[in-house]
Design a protein around this ligand. Structure first.
Ligand code: MG
Length: 244
């Protein structure tokens, strides 16, 4: 009798078979992912003013040179699993933040730093994998410049009430090249008004006199996560298409 009662009070999800997801071959996106870049074209990306992205597709890579401008995903996302692969150039004449600098910005505002941090000391909250100016990575799992690297990110979005007050702080878990570098940390520094969806942004770390940096990206995908928050729509995937 106790067992029957316990089963009856379980959340419905526990009574259902999980839906199938084809994880795909290594280097490919899972079958239910929103694929933002798979080597073909940049139709899923835009510039800051809504025009075409300033990066180029070369031999299946998204290539972004200094001065080409930040690029934004046309889709906007709330809570999600995200994957990106990147390749920073070797710039031995530069150091610190001047060497191979870009960034993967969640909701266009929370930067997971992309930097050559293999043998290039900088401040901890500014090195590769840092949530910039907020959380240093637990370890430095960088590969040498010129080699492909990856971030796998689990982001739980801020939840806001209709007045824009924060009901729940956003959190991050991040793996750098498969190594855990953020373990469900709360985002401490809130940037701007509380939003529940936003685009991914790839940073053009341009400034007057900046050296030309050639960043390469590939295999970028997102799986929206239904975490029960008000930013998600139960029973649907591919949320975040219609703006915040
Ligand atoms: Mg950066």
């Amino acid at each position: 009798m106790f067992i029957l009662l316990a089963a009856a009070t379980l959340p419905a999800q526990q009574d259902q078979q999980p839906r199938k997801v084809d994880p795909g071959e290594p280097g490919k996106a899972p079958s239910d992912a929103v694929v933002l870049f798979d080597g073909a074209d940049l139709t899923k990306w835009r510039s800051g003013d809504g025009g075409p992205a300033g990066c180029q597709v070369e031999y299946g890579d998204m290539v972004c040179r200094t001065g080409s401008g930040n690029v934004f995903s046309r889709d906007e996302f709330g809570s999600a699993q995200m994957h990106v692969e990147f390749n920073v150039p070797f710039m031995p004449s530069e150091k610190d933040q001047g060497r191979g600098n870009s960034g993967f910005y969640i909701q266009g505002r929370y930067e997971i730093q992309i930097l050559d941090s293999y043998d290039n000391p900088t401040y901890p909250v500014g090195q590769a994998g840092a949530l910039y100016d907020d959380h240093a990575p637990l370890v430095n799992a960088s590969r040498p410049p010129g080699e492909w690297q990856s971030y796998d990110i689990i982001f739980h979005a801020f939840q806001c009430d209709p007045q824009g007050n924060i009901l729940r702080r956003g959190t991050l878990t991040v793996f750098h090249n498969g190594v855990l570098i953020h373990d469900n940390v709360p985002i401490r520094k809130v940037h701007g008004a509380c939003i529940q969806r936003g685009p991914i942004m790839l940073q053009d770390h341009a400034f007057p006199g900046a050296p030309i940096t050639v960043m390469r990206f590939r295999n970028i995908w997102v799986r929206p996560v239904d975490d029960g928050g008000v930013s998600t729509i139960r029973g649907q995937t591919g949320i975040g298409r219609g703006g915040r």
